[in-house]
Design a protein around this ligand. Structure first.
Ligand code: GDP
Length: 465
């Protein structure tokens, strides 16, 4: 998972809170939480000023909310939730640029142009982007306007061929503006939906980089110019993104190499502080290592709370890429249905796809530390989840999970029933794990039914809590 260390520390700080017995704004547990939170952020190279602002804001929010909770006769559990929410919200605010980027739409030609200093990961990112849009049904192509670096065209050609994406470039033309115009013109005529232009990044200085960007931009008229930034520059991302924002009409940023750098938190928060939209994060060298960036899901995953929306999108991608195998799922999702059997199918798909930790971090309840590139532990945990479904009977698998809920005489849900205990025993797992799996399936069902209609599961579980 991206920024696993930071996530683990933040998660650890919040878990201390859940073990505490007394919560008030004078309690040392809040101070300890804030101290650990700030230390973790500083270590990830988040700017000192931003960290101290966050500290003050969380403190003020907690104080106010605790006073309100106290007045309402709040229980300790509620108070913990109040503190957790304050921390969560402020972490989200820290990485939220608060601006909407351009979104390519179908039925028109969308030209995207990537700029960035050499080595930032531009060429790799362009191909990842092309794959991303291609999977979503856009007709996508690549133009290589990097005439400076020997081998740049070969690299793009190789990547594009591997991903089966049409490309344009030249071994002889040396003017990047000319190549960019010719390539974009050709693909415009062929009515591609998304045309991605890779530019050269030879420049040592930002001003030169931006000059070339303006020249190519004038020729190809991009709908969105994307700056590719290497996360290892940490806080320095602020000056780069500010300068970029001032010279690009329609700018968005992709931060790369978040898989390898402890400073990633600094880079993301620095870019966010300049209000330049971050659209994706690069999380590895492979074509699939691109994650859409949105502040809330990002923090949610960081804290081990999952990203159900991202997971559903991922499943839809897989369904598109593998229509035969996933036909039923697509149909069920469309009809607003989602059974435990569907969830089991997804779990085994995830198992068969490799790079487990990245996808598993989207599942709520997968502990943050486990995602620290530790594929073995992640696989073991996923396997236990599949064992649980193996111990279920056919009717249980086909259900949405309500079948496992026990009710009192008045019809109120009071916990899990004997079936659930049988499944825990039969699978060699615990009732807690069964509950977790049911909760995941329930969330998926909830998302599938988002369009409306009565959701039995949701209502039952809400009453139980
Ligand atoms: P460019 O000069 O900006 O076009 O950079 P390249 O696309 O050639 O990338 C430079 C190096 O960074 C290559 O070795 C890439 O494999 C690597 N790279 C790019 N993006 C990522 C990423 O998100 N994570 C990691 N670990 N490596 C990356």
């Amino acid at each position: 998972m991206v920024l696993a260390d930071l996530g683990q520390r933040l998660h650890g700080a919040l878990s201390q809170l859940s073990r505490a017995s007394v919560i008030d704004d004078k309690a040392s547990v809040i101070d300890a939480l804030l101290k650990e939170l700030c230390a973790a952020l500083l270590e990830s190279d988040v700017n000192v000023k931003l960290v101290s602002q966050l500290r003050a804001k969380v403190k003020a929010k907690v104080k106010k909310s605790l006073e309100e909770a106290e007045k309402a006769g709040g229980r300790e559990l509620n108070k913990k939730n109040v503190v957790q929410k304050a921390v969560f919200d402020e972490l989200v605010a820290l990485v939220d640029p608060g601006t909407e980027p351009y979104k390519p739409t179908k039925g028109k030609i969308n030209v995207l142009m990537a700029v960035g200093i050499q080595g930032a990961g531009k060429t790799t990112t362009c191909t990842k982007l092309a794959v991303h849009y291609q999977r979503r049904g856009f007709r996508t192509c690549l133009v290589c306007a990097d005439t400076f670096r020997a081998g740049a065209f070969d690299q793009l050609k190789q990547n594009a061929t591997k991903a089966k994406i049409p490309f344009y470039g030249s071994y002889t033309e040396t003017d990047p503006v000319a190549i960019a115009s010719l390539g974009v013109e050709k693909f415009r005529k062929e009515r591609f939906d998304v045309i991605i232009v890779d530019t050269s990044g030879r420049h040592k200085q930002e001003s030169e980089l931006f000059e070339e960007m303006v020249a190519i931009s004038g020729a190809v008229k991009p709908d969105m110019t994307i700056m590719v930034l290497d996360a290892s520059i940490g806080q320095a991302a602020e000056s780069q993104s500010r300068a970029f924002k001032d010279s690009a009409d329609f700018g968005a940023i992709i931060v790369t190499k978040l898989d390898g750098h402890a400073k990633g938190g600094g880079a993301i928060s620095a870019v966010a502080a300049t209000k330049t939209p971050i659209i994706f994060l690069g999380t590895g060298e492979h074509l699939n290592d691109l994650e859409r960036f949105a502040p809330q899901p990002f923090i949610s995953k960081l804290l081990g709370m999952g990203d159900m929306q991202g997971l559903v999108e991922h499943m839809q991608d897989m369904a598109r890429a593998n229509p035969e195998r996933q036909k039923d799922l697509a149909k069920n999702l469309q009809a607003g249905k989602f059974s435990i059997r569907d969830w089991r199918e997804q779990l085994s798909n995830i198992m068969s796809m490799g790079s487990l930790s990245k996808i598993a971090s989207m599942i709520p309840g997968m502990p943050a530390g486990m995602m620290d590139g530790n594929e073995e532990d992640t696989a073991a945990k996923l396997k236990r989840m599949i064992f649980i479904t193996d111990a279920m009977r056919q009717d249980e698998l086909d259900s949405d999970g309500m079948i496992f809920v026990a009710f009192d005489k008045a019809g109120n849900p009071i916990g899990l029933n004997r079936r659930a205990k049988r499944v825990a025993r039969g699978s060699g797992t615990s009732i807690r794990e069964v509950e977790e799996l049911l909760a995941q399936a329930r969330m998926m069902a909830g998302m599938a039914r988002q369009a409306g209609g009565q959701n039995g599961w949701m209502t039952a579980m809400q009453k139980m809590q």
